[in-house]
Design a protein around this ligand. Structure first.
Ligand code: BES
Ligand code: MN
Ligand code: ZN
Length: 486
């Protein structure tokens, strides 16, 4: 699906579907001498947000139909605008047309400009049309989507900003699609080797370089925490490093780290069977930082960005880590592994210490780290933890702007004591209460960077139940944050 911009008089622009509010629909219909047809078709249309109506025009006309969207002529709040947009998108999906023109950037939204309106509509569309059918037989797929290109209509004065939004949204879509595809792949396909080959594909984009540390190299470097997680799997762990140089050679890079547990059985601290299949999504941190990296590279953002994927499979086995085992991390600190199911922090701590060699200006790690985060925030917000108020606020703001929202949780000193171990420098788990915070506290011991944030996406990264699937969150938040830095 391609997104583009169009300016000019609406009645003169041929299209399979014009998506418009009632007033615009009336004007266009009158210009095409179809005023009476439109009035008759919209008699029962109450013009509320959430309501839509398809009005079909005679075949001979170059505008085939209008998708009339309720509420588009009134000023709307952000929430109402999103609701209106998603109703329009849902209707548009079912229309048998290869192209459409979208005019809802004309709707007034408090405190938001046409750049935001265009970008958020296209974000909504990207989410609505996504499907993952790679492993279904052809006759099992009933995807009726025919739309190939969506034109954002822009009045001459906002043309430039709508064009920028279209570029932003196109890059974002491509990052989201990658993140969702990787997330949805089952663990017998998506293992650390597969993540590396997908990263290498991305490495073909300009200014990208991909390298990886294998287990042998990690052993030489002393990454005992990472290896304690990956050692029982038949597919060896990989620390994958994607380096994008869009900025000046001397600019300090932004650094993203993603938890890439391609399947989390819990290890010897084995998980219970209910919904265990969903632990294929335990690499969504890695998928989303890689997705954000793809968006950055496709948008050609003039920044330097290093992305590290800590990719491993957490399995039980004859050589698996036992509860009580003590390992030495890359930082030199020792960890008593009291629970092998708290594996995310073990692969991440070595990645965090390794990140320092890039002298990054900012480090953000993203992980499906704790069940406690799901209990605390549910699925609507990702959690943000940070040692830096400025960074935390920028991430929250990027979340508000995109609707890919996040909420800050504390990282106070008081929580640290619970990680005490009688036998090592630190334990990998503490009591159940506040365990999303305690996990963040564990990670904080492995970075000295003054601008570090940790995002726990255990609740937001994927849906369970009937809508089971990866959401691609927080690709939009990360991409917006990085786009704002230039
Ligand atoms: N991957 C899980 C966290 C998770 C749980 C994500 C549910 C999504 C849904 C993580 O590795 C884990 O098992 N965490 C444990 C930590 C505990 C042993 C301290 C948890 O949250 O129960
Ligand atoms: Mn686990
Ligand atoms: Zn996990």
């Amino acid at each position: 699906m391609k997104y583009s911009t169009k300016t000019g008089t609406l009645a003169k622009l041929p299209t399979g579907a014009l998506v418009a509010g009632l007033q615009t629909a009336r004007q266009v219909a009158r210009a095409l001498k179809q005023g009476a047809l439109l009035e008759a078709a919209t008699i029962d249309f109450t013009d509320n947000v959430g309501q839509t109506l398809i009005v079909r025009f005679p075949k001979s006309l170059s505008i085939k139909r209008i998708v009339v969207v309720g509420g588009a002529d009134a000023e709307q709040s952000e929430t109402q605008f999103r609701k209106m947009t998603s109703a329009a998108v849902a209707t548009l999906k079912s229309v048998p047309t290869p192209n459409a023109i979208w005019t809802l950037t004309a709707t007034k939204v408090r405190n938001r400009d046409s750049y935001w309106k265009a970008a958020s509509a296209l974000f909504e569309l990207s989410t609505a049309i996504y499907e993952f059918n790679e492993h279904k037989s052809r006759d099992q797929v009933n995807n009726k989507l025919t739309l190939r290109i969506l034109h954002m209509h822009a009045p001459a004065r906002s043309r430039a900003s709508v064009q920028r939004a279209v570029k932003f949204a196109q890059a974002l879509k491509s990052g989201l699609d990658l993140a969702r595809d990787l997330g949805n792949q089952p663990a017998n396909v998506c293992n650390p080797t597969y993540l590396l080959s997908e990263a290498r594909k991305l490495g073909r984009l300009p200014k990208m370089r991909v390298t990886a540390l294998d287990e042998k190299r990690m052993r030489e470097l002393g990454m005992g925490a990472f290896l304690a997680v990956s050692q029982a799997s038949r597919t060896p762990g990989k620390m994958i490093i994607v380096n994008y140089k869009g900025g000046k050679p001397k600019d300090a890079p932004f650094l993203l780290i993603g938890k890439g547990i391609t399947f989390d059985t819990g290890g010897i601290s084995l998980k219970t069977p209910a919904a265990m299949d969903e632990m294929k999504f335990d690499m969504c941190g890695a998928a989303t930082v890689l997705g954000a990296t793809r968006a950055v590279a496709e948008a050609k953002l003039p920044i330097n960005l290093v992305t590290i994927l800590a990719a491993a499979e957490n399995m039980p086995g004859g050589n698996a880590t036992r509860p009580g085992d003590i390992v030495r991390t890359y930082s030199g600190q020792t960890v008593e592994i009291l629970n092998t199911d708290a594996e995310g922090r073990l692969v991440l701590c070595d990645a965090l210490s390794y990140a320092e060699r890039f002298k990054p200006r900012v480090i953000i790690d993203v992980a499906t780290l704790t069940g406690a985060c799901v209990v605390a925030l549910g699925s609507f917000a990702s959690a943000v933890f940070s040692n830096n108020d400025g960074l935390a606020n920028e991430l929250l703001e990027a979340g508000e702007w995109t609707g890919d929202r996040a909420w800050r949780l504390p990282l106070w000193e008081e929580y640290q004591a619970s990680l005490h171990s009688n036998f090592a420098d630190v334990a990998n788990v503490a009591g159940r209460d506040g365990s999303a915070i305690k996990a963040a506290c564990f990670l904080s011991r492995f970075t000295k960077n003054p601008a570090w944030a940790h995002m726990d996406i255990a609740g937001s990264a994927y849906h369970g139940g009937a809508k089971k699937g990866a959401t691609g969150r927080p690709v939009a938040l990360l991409f917006r944050y990085l786009a704002q830095q230039v």
